[in-house]
Design a protein. Structure first.
Length: 282
């Protein structure tokens, strides 16, 4: 059998090419038109967004100009001034002379200090009445000294100073040393026991007290003169009177002696401390 070939006429190929070209042109035209529409819509949206911003800026500029005009037109004297310090009238003389409320203190006196206080009673109540303007009496039944403020008392802290003075004498300090509490403001009393530093019993406790006192009280006097304090050894209790820094120096030396340091080592430390104190004074 023979094969027959069918050949399309040339006009048919030309038509198909023309139709494809037209379709491509129509598609390109539609895409360009859609892209133009999108661009136009985006431009319109940007314009819509920029319009309120521009309006807000212009409105704020107008408000600022109006505020400036108002501020310029305001009279400086009529403007509110910052609040000044309040002024109060002077107090009358009757109000300035206030009377202190009456206060009373009772200072107990130990039994072993009853006899010395009877001998030194004149030297005790004289500074309390003359310097501080307090009322003093000795209550023998209660074994205590009672002090009270009066109309002659000028300072509100006088009764506390008087109580510290009597307490210092009751602890064992001399009257002349205790009077310093009335004349100076930076003097204090500090008390502690040997057992607060180290627990000792029997001969060990006696040797510790002996190391603090020294032969004929030599060690105690050395600590007092070096640290400018006054020390009272009452059995196992130790009382120190002086300023805050001086009390610390004396207490450190006594603690070293209680812990067993030899007196020579403590003397060397006190010499160093005294030389530093002299340098500070100079």
């Amino acid at each position: 059998m023979g094969v027959t070939h069918v050949v399309a006429p040339p006009n048919v190929h030309k038509r198909t090419r023309r139709s494809l070209a037209k379709k491509r042109a129509v598609g390109n035209g539609n895409s360009e038109a859609s892209s133009m529409k999108q661009k136009n819509s985006m431009d319109e949206d940007e314009d819509m967004q920029l319009e309120p911003l521009i309006e807000g800026c212009t409105q704020s500029n107008k408000n600022a100009q109006e505020d400036d005009e108002l501020a310029i037109d305001v009279d400086p004297e009529a403007a509110p001034q910052p609040p000044s310090a309040p002024s109060f009238p002077a107090l009358p003389a009757a109000a300035q002379s206030t009377t202190l409320k009456s206060e009373t203190r009772r200072i107990p006196i130990p039994p072993h200090r009853m006899t010395p206080i009877k001998k030194d009673w004149v030297n005790i109540f004289s500074p309390l009445t003359e310097i501080l303007g307090l009322q003093v009496r000795m209550n023998v039944q209660r074994r205590c000294v009672e002090i009270r403020t009066s109309r002659h008392t000028k300072d509100i802290g006088s009764i506390q100073k008087g109580a510290d003075f009597v307490k210092a004498y009751a602890l064992g300090f001399d009257v002349n040393d205790a009077i310093a509490l009335l004349r100076l403001d930076d003097l204090y009393l500090d008390s502690f026991e040997i057992k607060d530093v180290k627990t000792l019993h029997g001969d060990h406790l006696s040797r510790a007290i002996g190391r603090i006192a020294g032969q004929d009280g030599k060690t105690k006097f050395t600590i007092e003169n070096t640290s400018r304090t006054r020390i009272v050894l009452a059995d196992t209790k130790i009382h120190i009177m002086g300023s805050f820094q001086n009390i610390k120096i004396a207490r450190d030396a006594i603690v070293s002696l209680i812990l067993g340091s030899p007196p020579g080592k403590v003397y060397a430390g006190l010499r160093t401390v005294s030389s530093r104190m002299k340098q500070r004074v100079l």
